[in-house]
Design a protein around this ligand. Structure first.
Ligand code: 4NP
Length: 151
Protein backbone atom coordinates (compact mmCIF):
# COMPACT_ATOMS: atom_id res chain seq x y z
CA UNK A 1 0.00 0.00 0.00
CA UNK A 2 1.17 3.49 -0.79
CA UNK A 3 2.22 5.63 2.18
CA UNK A 4 1.33 9.29 1.63
CA UNK A 5 3.77 11.72 3.22
CA UNK A 6 3.58 15.51 3.53
CA UNK A 7 6.66 17.43 4.64
CA UNK A 8 5.86 20.74 6.32
CA UNK A 9 7.91 23.81 7.26
CA UNK A 10 7.03 27.50 7.61
CA UNK A 11 7.49 28.94 4.11
CA UNK A 12 7.66 25.79 1.93
CA UNK A 13 10.61 27.28 0.05
CA UNK A 14 13.63 25.90 1.95
CA UNK A 15 13.36 22.91 4.31
CA UNK A 16 10.20 21.03 3.27
CA UNK A 17 10.78 21.12 -0.52
CA UNK A 18 14.33 19.93 0.19
CA UNK A 19 13.01 17.14 2.41
CA UNK A 20 10.57 16.26 -0.38
CA UNK A 21 13.27 16.15 -3.07
CA UNK A 22 15.85 14.31 -0.94
CA UNK A 23 13.40 11.69 0.37
CA UNK A 24 11.92 11.11 -3.09
CA UNK A 25 15.37 10.55 -4.62
CA UNK A 26 16.46 8.26 -1.80
CA UNK A 27 13.23 6.26 -2.07
CA UNK A 28 13.70 5.94 -5.84
CA UNK A 29 17.22 4.62 -5.26
CA UNK A 30 15.89 2.01 -2.83
CA UNK A 31 13.60 0.80 -5.60
CA UNK A 32 10.45 -1.29 -5.53
CA UNK A 33 10.41 -2.01 -1.79
CA UNK A 34 9.16 1.46 -0.94
CA UNK A 35 5.84 2.74 -2.24
CA UNK A 36 5.35 6.36 -1.22
CA UNK A 37 3.71 9.55 -2.47
CA UNK A 38 5.49 12.69 -1.28
CA UNK A 39 4.46 16.33 -1.21
CA UNK A 40 5.37 19.41 0.84
CA UNK A 41 3.61 22.51 2.15
CA UNK A 42 4.09 25.48 4.49
CA UNK A 43 2.12 26.59 7.51
CA UNK A 44 2.48 30.18 6.23
CA UNK A 45 1.17 31.66 2.98
CA UNK A 46 3.85 34.27 2.16
CA UNK A 47 5.49 32.28 -0.64
CA UNK A 48 2.54 30.41 -2.18
CA UNK A 49 3.16 29.75 -5.87
CA UNK A 50 6.91 30.38 -5.66
CA UNK A 51 9.65 27.86 -6.51
CA UNK A 52 12.12 26.87 -3.76
CA UNK A 53 14.42 29.68 -2.56
CA UNK A 54 17.33 30.29 -4.97
CA UNK A 55 20.20 29.60 -2.56
CA UNK A 56 18.44 26.46 -1.35
CA UNK A 57 17.97 25.23 -4.92
CA UNK A 58 21.66 25.84 -5.69
CA UNK A 59 22.86 23.94 -2.62
CA UNK A 60 20.47 21.09 -3.40
CA UNK A 61 21.45 20.96 -7.08
CA UNK A 62 25.12 20.69 -6.10
CA UNK A 63 24.14 17.34 -4.48
CA UNK A 64 22.03 16.26 -7.45
CA UNK A 65 18.60 17.20 -6.09
CA UNK A 66 16.80 19.10 -8.83
CA UNK A 67 13.68 20.90 -7.61
CA UNK A 68 12.93 23.95 -9.79
CA UNK A 69 9.47 22.62 -10.73
CA UNK A 70 8.21 22.56 -7.11
CA UNK A 71 5.82 25.36 -6.09
CA UNK A 72 5.03 26.48 -2.55
CA UNK A 73 1.56 25.90 -1.17
CA UNK A 74 -0.05 26.29 2.23
CA UNK A 75 -1.25 23.38 4.38
CA UNK A 76 -5.03 22.92 4.09
CA UNK A 77 -7.65 20.94 6.02
CA UNK A 78 -7.83 18.14 3.42
CA UNK A 79 -4.13 17.42 3.98
CA UNK A 80 -5.01 15.95 7.37
CA UNK A 81 -6.92 13.12 5.70
CA UNK A 82 -5.19 13.01 2.29
CA UNK A 83 -1.86 12.07 3.92
CA UNK A 84 -0.92 9.23 6.27
CA UNK A 85 2.01 11.09 7.79
CA UNK A 86 2.65 14.82 8.16
CA UNK A 87 6.30 15.44 8.95
CA UNK A 88 7.19 18.77 10.57
CA UNK A 89 10.62 20.37 10.45
CA UNK A 90 10.44 22.02 13.89
CA UNK A 91 8.32 22.32 17.03
CA UNK A 92 6.63 25.52 15.83
CA UNK A 93 5.48 23.78 12.63
CA UNK A 94 4.19 20.88 14.74
CA UNK A 95 2.33 23.20 17.12
CA UNK A 96 0.75 25.05 14.17
CA UNK A 97 -0.28 21.75 12.59
CA UNK A 98 -1.86 20.55 15.85
CA UNK A 99 -3.74 23.84 16.03
CA UNK A 100 -4.99 23.51 12.42
CA UNK A 101 -5.91 19.83 12.74
CA UNK A 102 -9.64 19.49 11.91
CA UNK A 103 -12.05 16.99 13.53
CA UNK A 104 -11.73 13.61 11.83
CA UNK A 105 -8.06 14.12 10.94
CA UNK A 106 -6.35 10.79 10.34
CA UNK A 107 -2.78 11.82 9.49
CA UNK A 108 -0.13 11.13 12.11
CA UNK A 109 1.90 14.23 13.01
CA UNK A 110 5.63 13.65 13.59
CA UNK A 111 8.94 15.54 13.64
CA UNK A 112 11.46 14.78 10.87
CA UNK A 113 14.23 14.61 13.51
CA UNK A 114 12.39 11.96 15.56
CA UNK A 115 14.55 9.11 14.27
CA UNK A 116 18.03 10.64 14.30
CA UNK A 117 19.01 10.73 18.01
CA UNK A 118 22.66 10.34 17.00
CA UNK A 119 22.64 13.85 15.52
CA UNK A 120 21.45 15.48 18.75
CA UNK A 121 19.09 17.59 16.60
CA UNK A 122 15.50 18.11 17.73
CA UNK A 123 14.56 20.23 14.70
CA UNK A 124 15.84 21.22 11.25
CA UNK A 125 17.18 24.79 11.68
CA UNK A 126 15.76 27.20 9.11
CA UNK A 127 18.47 28.08 6.58
CA UNK A 128 16.41 31.07 5.41
CA UNK A 129 17.60 32.65 8.67
CA UNK A 130 20.81 30.74 9.50
CA UNK A 131 22.04 30.88 5.86
CA UNK A 132 23.52 27.40 6.44
CA UNK A 133 21.95 25.68 3.45
CA UNK A 134 24.51 22.86 3.39
CA UNK A 135 24.07 22.21 7.10
CA UNK A 136 20.32 21.95 6.57
CA UNK A 137 20.84 19.50 3.69
CA UNK A 138 23.28 17.40 5.75
CA UNK A 139 20.65 17.01 8.45
CA UNK A 140 17.79 16.49 5.97
CA UNK A 141 19.75 13.67 4.30
CA UNK A 142 20.34 11.98 7.66
CA UNK A 143 16.68 12.38 8.61
CA UNK A 144 15.54 10.99 5.25
CA UNK A 145 17.67 7.85 5.61
CA UNK A 146 16.35 7.19 9.13
CA UNK A 147 12.80 8.04 8.08
CA UNK A 148 12.84 5.60 5.15
CA UNK A 149 14.43 2.91 7.33
CA UNK A 150 11.49 2.98 9.73
CA UNK A 151 8.69 3.06 7.12
P1 4NP B 1 11.26 27.41 5.25
O1 4NP B 1 12.04 28.80 5.41
O2 4NP B 1 10.20 27.38 6.35
O3 4NP B 1 12.31 26.38 5.48
O4 4NP B 1 10.69 27.42 3.86
C1 4NP B 1 11.37 30.04 5.42
C2 4NP B 1 11.36 30.79 4.26
C3 4NP B 1 10.75 32.04 4.24
C4 4NP B 1 10.17 32.52 5.40
C5 4NP B 1 10.18 31.78 6.55
C6 4NP B 1 10.79 30.53 6.56
N1 4NP B 1 9.57 33.81 5.41
O5 4NP B 1 9.07 34.23 6.46
O6 4NP B 1 9.54 34.49 4.37
Amino acid sequence: MTTRILFVCLGNICRSPSAEAVTRRMAEKRGVNIDIDIDSAGTGAWHVGEPPYGAMQQAALARGYDMPSLRARQVNKADFTDFDLIVAMDADNLANLRHEQPPGATAELVLFTDHVPQTGADHVPDPYYTRDFDGALDLIEQCAVAFLDQL
